[in-house]
Design a protein around this ligand. Structure first.
Ligand SMILES: Cc1cc2nc3c(=O)[nH]c(=O)nc-3n(C[C@H](O)[C@H](O)[C@H](O)COP(=O)(O)O)c2cc1C
Length: 225
């Protein structure tokens, strides 16, 4: 499965089968996590056994309590932390999807039950539930490209494709409170319109957009209108 296929196939999954994640997949996942930690100056930590991380009333109701594994999303606390967590966390989420695993970003986890190694200058932002889904989830209700693109007029193919991938991104409570602007110099500006975990959401959205544009660049369609 390619990353673009993973973007299209990925949906939040909240009910997992009672099965440990295969050792070879854990190894691959950990390699990706090490890479993302280095690139993003982050401290993602994968736990094969989620323990009590999701054992609370809310997660009992949503099903997330059944998640066998968890990725704790943490890093050095500065103004860019949440967005970096979103960007690299989504890279990990899509990679997990490519490995045949399912995930759900979660804000409602028990921070105090997390057995992670968090240094003094670090902060836990969110967690990602991970395992083999009982189902594959379902597509979220989505805004239309015209509702998130700033400015009228025809846009290049690569930009529209990036926006299409961005609209498939998970956002907390499916808010999709972002806008994307193509500047006259060809650069792309992402606008954050607030809301719960807005910076994490923006990082996730940016990752999807970049993955879409990279795909178009590789396929040589960048200049197509
Ligand atoms: C930062 C973030 C936090 C989230 N927190 C929760 C959560 O606490 N509980 C939950 O059930 N889903 C949570 N979600 C999942 C969203 O509800 C889900 O991504 C959204 O409804 C879009 O659906 P999709 O992921 O299937 O595309 C979260 C998603 C994000 C991006």
């Amino acid at each position: 499965m390619t990353e673009i296929e993973a973007i299209k196939d990925r949906h939040s999954v909240r009910n997992f089968v009672n099965q440990k994640i295969a050792k070879d997949l854990i190894e691959k996942l950990n390699i990706m996590i090490v890479q993302c930690n280095a690139e993003g100056n982050l401290h993602f930590q994968f736990f094969e056994n989620a323990g009590n991380t999701f054992k609370n009333l809310v997660n009992k109701a949503t099903g997330l309590e059944s998640a066998p594994g968890v990725i704790i999303c943490a890093g050095r606390d500065d103004a860019t932390l949440d967005e970096r967590i979103g960007y690299y966390g989504e890279k990990i989420v899509l990679y997990a999807q490519m490995l045949g695993l399912n995930t759900c970003w979660t804000a409602t986890f028990n921070k105090k039950h997390v057995n992670a190694d968090i240094r003094n200058d670090e902060r836990i932002v969110v967690a990602i539930a991970i395992g083999y889904g009982e189902n594959t989830g379902k597509p979220h209700k989505s805004k239309k490209p015209g509702q998130v693109i700033i400015g009228k007029g025809e846009k290049p193919y690569w930009f529209n494709y990036g926006v299409k991938m961005a609209l498939l991104a998970p956002t907390a409570l499916n808010q999709q409170r972002f806008e994307i602007e193509l500047l006259p110099d060809g650069k792309v500006k992402f606008h954050d319109k607030g809301g719960i975990l807005n910076k994490v959401n923006l990082g996730i959205v940016r990752y999807h957009f970049d993955a879409g544009v990279n795909h178009i660049n590789k396929s040589g369609k960048k200049t197509k209108g």
